[in-house]
Design a protein around this ligand. Structure first.
Ligand code: NAD
Length: 376
């Protein structure tokens, strides 16, 4: 098995999650490649402390340029606030390293386009993070939607809901400020999760109408004071999808919410048509629902799925999949595609898809501002 040297820039929530996925790589079978975490860079020395327990991570530094100068690093994963995406991603590419970027792939559309263009020019292998499509239920829903079993598609919904912002005492962080999260707010924070499957299916909206709303204007700053919060927190995008296989457009609703009562990281996808339908939500992580119609009888059928992940593991087929598993599956997809061995398995978000999602967000901002339907 070939070993690939990995560097992480940004050792926060996601940096730690990714590092832990590497430490149980033995769960995967028939892998041509194995990641080895060799360096971590974070401005905050306290964030580096946690990585000391990973023996292979010999370089822990507050200066990410030191990490980029290391010959031991082949691939860099970057998980930093959105205002830093463009400059750090471009530095990674200039250093000749491959990149697994975090969403939203730049603070706005201009940044996303410049990263996409620099990636193409560099020849480096670049993909963007989005793990939920690696859930077995999401994979099955994707295959169903692609198969044509729906007949004429009537409508589709794709979304991602959180509720932790309902707690007004939760401290603000960089994700609640437009300056660091982006003017797109929740669209940049959660939007890629909602857009990945539709874009992979070729469902790029031709136009849309957006309703964006805000949450609490002020929150504790975590240091005894308070901080102003100015980002869009909930987004409903009603979009028009035109596809070659049917004469009529169909509506796709994209939903991203930080204030969705009762929801904790709920990712969902649903398509219904004249002949069939499919729906899946991580709220019921094992269960896929499919619709059939026989004459006058209609039925939604529930199927419990096992551990049917795209990249085989030692885990027994009847067990359940969780968040750490799909993070590992996403990395398997990235590294296997980088080796040219992906075959017909599901790959990570491409730079063009990332720019496609930002085109949707830019149209949504314009729609919200003017109260109009906007071309994407
Ligand atoms: N794929 C997912 O499910 C998912 C989930 C959460 C966040 N994210 C994305 O991951 C990225 C990071 O989010 P997070 O929740 O991990 O944030 P975080 O705030 O927990 O961590 C960010 C880290 O970056 C460090 N940092 C800031 N500036 C730096 C610099 N110049 N050099 C090195 N380190 C620096 C900070 O000190 C911090 O430790 C964002 O793009 C976010 O949208 C993705």
């Amino acid at each position: 098995m070939k070993t690939v040297g990995i560097g992480i820039i940004g050792g926060g929530l996601m940096g730690r999650e990714i590092a832990s996925a590497f430490t149980r790589w033995c769960a995967l079978v028939d892998m041509p490649v194995k990641p080895e975490l060799r360096a971590v860079a974070d401005l905050n020395p306290a964030a580096l402390e946690w990585f000391k327990q990973i023996d292979t991570a010999e370089l822990l530094t507050v200066d990410y340029k030191e990490l980029l100068a290391s010959d031991d690093i082949d691939v860099v994963y970057v998980a930093v606030p959105h205002n830093l995406h463009e400059s750090i991603y471009l530095d990674v590419l200039s250093a000749g390293k491959d990149l697994l970027a975090e969403k939203p792939f730049g603070i706005d559309i201009t940044a996303a386009q410049s990263i996409r263009d620099a990636a193409a020019e560099s020849g480096c292998f670049v993909r963007c993070s989005s793990e939920f499509p690696f859930m077995p239920g999401a994979q099955r829903a994707f295959e169903y939607a692609k198969s044509g079993k729906c007949g004429r598609i009537l409508e589709a919904v794709s979304g991602f809901h959180h509720a932790s912002d309902l707690d007004a005492t939760k401290a603000a962080n960089w994700k609640r400020l437009s300056k660091t999260c982006g003017e797109v707010g929740v669209l940049g924070d959660l939007g890629m999760h909602a857009c990945h499957l539709p874009l992979r299916l070729g469902w790029k909206p031709s136009r849309l109408f957006a309703q964006l709303s805000k949450g609490y204007p002020e929150r504790p700053d975590g240091k005894g004071g308070s901080a102003k919060c100015d980002t869009w927190d909930n987004a409903l995008l009603n979009t028009w999808i035109e596809i070659k296989s049917q004469p009529e457009h169909f509506p796709l609703r994209l939903e991203m919410k930080r204030l969705a009562p009762g929801e904790t990281n709920t990712w969902f996808f649903e398509v219904t048509g004249t002949e069939g339908g499919v729906r899946y939500s991580t709220k019921y992580p094992k269960t896929l629902e499919t619709f059939t119609r026989n004459g006058s009888e209609q039925q939604w059928q529930r199927t419990d799925l096992g551990f049917g992940v795209p990249f085989k593991t030692v885990t027994g087929g009847i067990f359940e999949v969780g968040f750490p598993d799909i993070i590992q599956q996403m990395w398997a997809a990235y590294l296997v595609e980088r080796e040219g061995a992906l075959g017909d398995r599901f790959g990570c978000v491409t730079p063009d898809e990332a720019v496609g999602s930002q085109e949707i967000f830019a149209a949504a901002l314009a729609s919200q501002e003017k109260g109009t339907v906007e071309d994407v």
